[in-house]
Design a protein around this ligand. Structure first.
Ligand code: F6R
Length: 268
């Protein structure tokens, strides 16, 4: 039997009656998600940036989980604007990025550390010592995964996690698989992800085949999750993730069990 859904004027309350998968974060009977359906990308970014700004204003020393890819670019632009207008102070926050390609250094324009510098870190007063991205060039990747997970734990976990969704339903680089992987780990990227991300590389053969990603458990332990998606090509997978069966074959479907999930979906 699928989880029961009750819809109210604020969005959708999902009552989880069946998916007790053993992790502490899956306990409890009432899970809620709020869905904002907006008409365009600018509106999606405005709403998402407002939510992140509110988090920073309410708790100037909060910990944010950050995503890369094309979807959040406009969100980071708005956050940088808010900083320039002196509305936001990033100096006290800590950030953890979801993922990084194996083999790409901090200075590689295709790497996610470089992306974060370009899109946000260079534009605001963030303390670099507290802005974390997994080290894709670590000699011992398994050790790096453990180090990253321990850093997140030591920071007290993530207060607000920003997520995009892959065409195959991945979150971070948690690819469709037979099981949900709990902690930060190294993953072999799906062919579909490699093809989707080839647009960021001069030569599709340059897309790394492996990446470090926060695990599903790491993501689910965030106190709040903000999932953003836009465009017709994401519509079907978003529907599967939010309304379909909860399965590791659609990694984002686990978000149905998160107690505080906001989704901002835009048609364009
Ligand atoms: C990137 C990440 C990925 C992306 C997803 C969507 O840090 O975690 O899960 O969010 O691949 O990417 P875009 O936004 O490029 O469609």
């Amino acid at each position: 039997m699928p989880p029961r859904l009750r819809i109210d004027r604020h969005g959708i309350i999902v009552e989880n009656t069946h998916y007790k998968l053993g992790y502490q974060f899956l306990r409890g009977d009432l899970k809620s998600m709020t869905i904002h359906h907006v008409s365009n990308y600018a509106e999606m970014c405005r709403k998402a940036a407002n939510m992140i700004s509110a988090q920073i204003l309410l708790n100037p020393t909060c910990t944010l989980g950050l995503a890369t890819g094309s979807t959040p670019i406009g969100i980071y632009e708005r956050l940088a604007d808010a900083y320039n207008k002196s509305d936001l102070d990033f100096s006290g926050i800590t950030t953890f990025n979801l993922d990084e390609y194996c083999g790409l250094s901090e200075n590689d324009p295709q790497g996610y550390y470089y992306y974060m510098n370009e899109q946000l870190f260079n534009k605001v007063n963030i303390d670099r010592a507290k802005a974390h991205v997994p080290n894709g060039t670590a000699g011992d990747i398994a050790l790096e995964c453990r180090r990253y997970e321990a850093l997140i734990t030591a920071a007290g976990g993530i207060d607000l996690q920003l997520l995009g969704i892959g065409n195959n339903g991945h979150i971070g680089f948690n690819e469709p698989s037979s099981a949900f992987e709990k902690d930060t780990h190294c993953v072999e990227l799906d062919e579909e992800t490699i093809i989707a991300n080839a647009r960021f590389f001069d030569n599709p053969d340059d897309v790394p085949r492996r990446a470090i990603t926060m695990g599903i458990g790491t993501i689910m332990q965030a106190k709040k999750i903000l999932l953003v998606a836009n465009g017709e090509k994401k519509k079907e997978i978003l529907q599967k993730a939010l309304y379909g069966p909860i399965t590791p074959m659609v990694p984002a479907s686990i978000l149905q069990l998160h107690p505080d999930l906001t989704v901002i979906w835009s048609d364009t």
